[in-house]
Design a protein around this ligand. Structure first.
Ligand code: SAM
Length: 214
């Protein structure tokens, strides 16, 4: 069984990620290593490596593997970076970030999902992840600035709080912005008080619910 999941992970890399342009070896290696099947409900284990999001309960989803990979790559992650993640969900994206980066601060609004993610990350032994339950649209000011902020839920506009919590020295915010059903993925890079915005491609995330969200 272990070998079978490893094979499915390699197949996911070869057929879903590399052909679509994911190049960062750190991202590919992390996705090769993290057992995604441990993050999905037990009755969906067979679908864990398929090319789509899956339900995880509470009306929420684990993102499509390609979306996790591309958003991680856009953050330009490395072992010196401190990252803030908004929308922990079951913690799969958190684990990928924890594998590559120095520290990951992650916020989820559904308490049961924070607990699920904590259990998942503990099982894998990550000690560089800090969890919070609350409204992530406001960020986590106490630990700012962040080298990267990743939002895994769709926002109506870019939250000012998140922009302010980016490092002035090239901090990067990756966020889907648009309607409740479809969004554009944006990458915003901060240099001092100048913000450079790139509009990348269309995507569909669950809504970011909160003071600076929906
Ligand atoms: N990162 C997850 C993964 O690894 O697959 C996917 C997360 S799911 C697509 C989006 C999550 O954002 C949901 O769990 C939802 O509850 C959460 N969410 C929505 N609004 C939020 C907010 N204001 N603060 C924190 N989490 C929020």
């Amino acid at each position: 069984m272990k070998d079978q999941f490893e094979k499915l992970r390699n197949l996911m890399i070869e057929t879903q990620l590399i052909p679509r342009g994911i190049k960062d070896e750190k991202v590919l290696n992390a996705m090769r290593k993290i057992p995604r099947h441990l993050f999905v409900p037990s009755d969906r284990i067979d679908e864990a490596y398929e090319d789509r999001p899956l339900p995880i309960g509470y009306g929420q989803t684990i993102s499509q593997p390609y979306m996790v990979a591309v958003m991680t790559e856009l953050l330009k992650p490395n072992k010196n970076k401190k990252i803030l993640e908004i929308g922990t969900g079951c913690g799969y994206q958190t684990a990928i970030l924890a594998e590559i980066c120095k520290e990951v601060y992650t916020i989820e609004r559904v308490p049961e999902l924070t607990e699920m993610a904590k259990r998942n990350l503990e099982k894998l032994g990550y000690k560089n992840v800090f969890f919070k339950t609350g409204d992530g649209s406001l960020g986590w000011e106490e630990n700012a600035p962040y080298d990267g902020i990743i939002v895994t839920a769709g926002a109506p506009k870019v939250p000012e709080s998140l922009k302010k919590q980016l490092s002035k020295d090239g901090g990067v915010l990756v966020i889907p912005v648009g309607s409740k059903f479809t969004q554009s993925l944006l990458r915003i890079t901060r240099k001092e008080n100048f913000y450079d915005t790139e509009e990348l491609f269309f995507c569909a995330f669950v809504p970011l619910i909160g003071k600076e969200g929906w």
